[in-house]
Design a protein around this ligand. Sequence first.
Ligand code: ATP
Length: 199
Amino acid sequence: MKLKTLEISGFKSFADKTTIEFMPGMTGIVGPNGSGKSNIIEAIRWVMGEQRAKDLRGTKMSDVIFGGTHIRHGLNRAEVSMTFDNDDQYLNTLFSEVTITRKLYRSGESVYQINGVDSRLRDVQDLFTDTGLGKESFSIISQGRVESIFNAKPEERRAIIEEVAGVHKYKQNKDKAQRELEQTNDNLSRVGDIIYEIE
Ligand code: ATP
């Protein structure tokens, strides 16, 4: 699985559609202060489902939409698409190429797509669960994150190790099964009460 392209349009400082192609090997992005390097990383986190405006250096989610400059009006829509080569089916889908898209309009309307098909945020998150690529993963280490990992509480550090080791998904399944078991036990005891009353 390989990140092939990132298309950004109307997102933060990227008013016009900008396509970044990732070639084999390492890619470095350089530029003067304030030229938008961090905005590229934030576009990647955003399209993977980031929900916290604060973590994108904003106060509300619509702050990611290009807000205009002294020579240009703001826009009404932000859109980011990220395309992966999935020949090895590392992402849990049969598609050999996967494009995820997120759009946000000033009206508040929000759209997620997987290969052009409208999807739920949950579908996008599921695609990345335990791949090491989710928005919470350690494939993206932002400024300040290294320090926060060092200062994390033991339980938080454990969660980090579980995410890296890929056991997070099984924990989620276990929690779900436990909730269902509790519900079933409740139902059973209710049935027991009814039988007792009838007898
Ligand atoms: P540094 O090297 O200092 O970390 P950088 O290259 O990472 O800088 P960014 O922080 O990505 O730069 O970009 C900051 C720029 O993005 C600022 O000029 C800011 O005005 C602009 N910007 C952020 N949000 C928006 C927005 N919604 N609309 C227009 N411009 C925006």
